[in-house]
Design a protein around this ligand. Structure first.
Ligand code: ADE
Length: 306
C-alpha cells in the first residue's frame, strides 16, 4: 500500500514537472514596454485596444501613426504599443494564415489583456460589386475550410471550444458596438480613391460577411461557391481564426478588410497592384475608429460576446 502511494506521488510530480508552464505575468509585459520602474504599470494598459494585421505593410501603416511608441519582443514576436488618436493600443504583425494569426493573437491576449481586438488588412472581393479599395466591416466571419468533406462536398461545422466543450458556431459574430463604431468611422473617414476609366472612384464601405481559409483564392468558381453557401462578401486568411479565439476568450472583436483583388484568375496580379491602397484604406478606417472612440470613450465599452 505504502509502496503504491509512493509511486502515485512520484507519478504526479513527474506529470507536474512536464506540464509546468513558463508564464510571464502582465506586469512583466508592462515593464518591457515602459521606461519606468518595474512596479509602474503604464497608464491604461488594461484598457488597451489590440490591432492586428497579417502583412508588414498593413501593420507598419498603423505603427507609423503611434505616439509614445514603445516596442517589446515576446517569444520572438515584436509588439508596438502607444497611443493612436487618443487611445491606448498595442499592434502586432501576425503573419499570413490561420495558424500564424492564432499564435500571435493568443500571445497578445496572454500578455496585454486587451479589452477588444481589431483585425485590419486586405481581402479578396467575393461580392462582384466590390472594387479595390472598398471596405468590408465583418459583422460575422466563418472558416470556409472547416467541417466534413462528404461525397457531396464540404459540410461546414465548427469545432468544440476546448475551454467549455461546447461546439463553436459556423459564424462568429463581431461585437455589435465595434461594428457600429466602424460604420460611423466609415462615414467620416477620407479613403484613397481608385482611378477608373470613368475617373476616380469613391470607395464603398459596407457591412458584410468575411470568410477565412488557409488558401489564397484565385478562382471565380470558388467565389461563386463562397457567395452561394456562406453569403460571403470577402475572403481572406486570418479573420475567423482571430474571431474564434476572441469568442473562446470572451473578448469583443471586429475584422475590417479592404479589397485588393476580386479573388478571381487575376487575383495574384491585382493584389500586387492594389494591396498598398487597400491596406491604407483599412488602416485609415481603424485609425478613425480610435479617434471616435477617444471622443466618446463609452463607445467601445464591452458589449458582451455573442
Ligand atoms: N487576401 C487578399 N486577397 C485574397 C484572396 N484572393 N484570397 C485570400 N486571401 C486574400
Amino acid at each position: 500500500m505504502r509502496q503504491s502511494m509512493l509511486l502515485l506521488v512520484a507519478c504526479i510530480s513527474a506529470i507536474a514537472a512536464t506540464c509546468s508552464c513558463k508564464t510571464t505575468p502582465p506586469a512583466q509585459n508592462a515593464e518591457l514596454l515602459s521606461n519606468e520602474t518595474a512596479e509602474a504599470e503604464p497608464a491604461g494598459i488594461a484598457d488597451v485596444t489590440a490591432i492586428l494585421g497579417a502583412f508588414h505593410a498593413e501593420i507598419t501603416l498603423l505603427q507609423d501613426k503611434l505616439t509614445d511608441r514603445k516596442e517589446c519582443e515576446i517569444e520572438g514576436i515584436k509588439f508596438a504599443a502607444g497611443r493612436m488618436n487618443g487611445r491606448d493600443v498595442v499592434t502586432v504583425w501576425t503573419g499570413v494564415g490561420k495558424v500564424n494569426a492564432a499564435m500571435t493573437t493568443t500571445l497578445l491576449i496572454e500578455h496585454f489583456k486587451p479589452k477588444e481586438v481589431i483585425f485590419t488588412g486586405i481581402a479578396g472581393g467575393v461580392d462582384p460589386n466590390l472594387q479595390p479599395g472598398d471596405i468590408v466591416i465583418a459583422h460575422k466571419t466563418a472558416h470556409h475550410d472547416m467541417g466534413t468533406i462528404w461525397p457531396e462536398g464540404l459540410f461546414f461545422r465548427g469545432v468544440k471550444n476546448p475551454l467549455t466543450g461546447i461546439e463553436n458556431p459556423v459564424f462568429f459574430h463581431a461585437d455589435e458596438e465595434l461594428v457600429k463604431l466602424a460604420e460611423r468611422a466609415g462615414e467620416k473617414v477620407g479613403l484613397r480613391k481608385i482611378d477608373t476609366v470613368h475617373g476616380p472612384r469613391e470607395p464603398r464601405v459596407l457591412t458584410g460577411v468575411v470568410v477565412t481559409g488557409d488558401t489564397f483564392v484565385a478562382s471565380e468558381e470558388k467565389c461563386l461557391d463562397l457567395r452561394k453557401r456562406l453569403d460571403a462578401d470577402a475572403v481572406e486568411m486570418e479573420g475567423a481564426a482571430v474571431a474564434q479565439i476572441c469568442r473562446q476568450r470572451n473578448i469583443p472583436h471586429v475584422v475590417i478588410r479592404s479589397i485588393s483583388d476580386n479573388a478571381d484568375a487575376g487575383a495574384v496580379v491585382d493584389k500586387q497592384m492594389f494591396y498598398i491602397l487597400a491596406a491604407q484604406n483599412s488602416s485609415s478606417l481603424v485609425s478613425e475608429m480610435m479617434l471616435l472612440a477617444a471622443s466618446s470613450p463609452d463607445t467601445t465599452e464591452k458589449a458582451g460576446a455573442e
